[in-house]
Ligand binder design. Sequence first.
Ligand code: PLP
Length: 222
Amino acid sequence: MEKVESNVKNLLEKIPSVNPYGEKITVVAAVKLQTTDNINKAICAGITDIGDNHVQEFRDKYADIHGNPKRHFIGHLQTNKIKYLLGKVDLYHSLDRFSLAEELSKRSAAAGVVSGALIQVNIGDEQTKSGFAYEETESAYRRIKTLPALKIKGLMAMLPDSDNEELLLTLAKKMRTLYDKLRAEDGNFEHLSMGMSGDWKICIQAGSNMVRLGTSVFGKRY
Ligand SMILES: *Cc1c(COP(=O)(O)O)cnc(C)c1O
């Protein structure tokens, strides 16, 4: 069996089908810098959802992706590029500022679509990462929720790059706490997108129900 196929097979065996809350876990393959050939192999091997970081790559490969996977946009998004994604992306993970949410709603309304999206939280309070500060996320959510052509379906976070598992678990649990608080009042909440190749176990343990995996699907990126 080829590498991507066996990686996917191993991963789908290793990752539990539900988290400790009994929620189904969705595996999103992070496809940045991968060839369409490898992406299609991953889909053949059982990957149902794929996530892009770069609009140009998304556009270049769009017609060559087979198997009709669900499409996620997981990277930082510039407002002037929204037009290339509208109606083609099932879930935007990276609402990291109000101006982006506002523009995505405006453009979605003009195109006659409602865009599903997650609010990105900078849980590690890192300069190098985007997203709302944890403390301001609830008020950001309340403001974004008023926008007419968005359906806010949950939260997304990237944990810091750290070996301190205790710290990572604490941060991941904080995310779940906030997710539960908002979910209690918003029936549209269904995704807590948190977990990458290095930390998905911890994230699932803390209650993530959507993981975004690149390296463990495709191998190291160069
Ligand atoms: C690249 C990327 C991932 C996957 O990272 P790996 O460590 O390769 O699994 C997940 N989320 C986002 C936003 C990414 O850019």
